[in-house]
Design a binder for this molecule. Structure first.
Ligand SMILES: [Zn+2]
Length: 133
């Protein structure tokens, strides 16, 4: 997803909203033997500031599916996660950066998917796993 900042500035649109579907590369799925079922929905808003930095607030939602971390039965979990990021025209090592013209949200969205991923996937609340006593 690209925000064409140069065009928005030419139109004097300093704020806007977006919604798109994102294909998450499998390498961003950290839970073993899990995958993201279908697409990741990304919805959000951006605001372009006077110095051409761009604030972006967005929400990712996706369904992660795989095996229960405790008993290995099929399991899935709907994840919703909100992120607020800042894009600068120069890389400061802390925020995201862009060239002042076209802003690509892919990295921020993939990072949000990484940050939001559950550590464990459970088939049901309170699954106690395989009884190995
Ligand atoms: Zn289980």
């Amino acid at each position: 997803m690209i925000i064409d900042v140069a065009r928005q500035l030419a139109l004097k649109n300093y704020r806007g909203a977006f919604r798109f579907e994102h294909d998450c590369p499998q390498e961003f799925v950290i839970l073993p033997s899990a995958r993201i079922a279908g697409k990741v929905t990304v919805e959000g808003e951006f605001e372009i500031y006077d110095d051409d930095s761009v604030g972006v607030a967005f929400r990712v939602s996706y369904l992660i599916a795989g095996q229960c971390s405790y008993c290995l039965e099929p399991a899935q979990k709907q994840v919703e996660y909100e992120a607020e990021v800042l894009y600068l025209t120069e890389d400061d090592g802390e925020n995201y950066s862009y060239d002042g013209s076209r802003l690509d949200l892919t990295t921020a969205v993939n990072d949000a998917i990484l940050f939001s991923q559950p550590q464990v996937l459970l088939c049901r609340e309170g699954c106690s796993g395989i009884d190995i006593k």
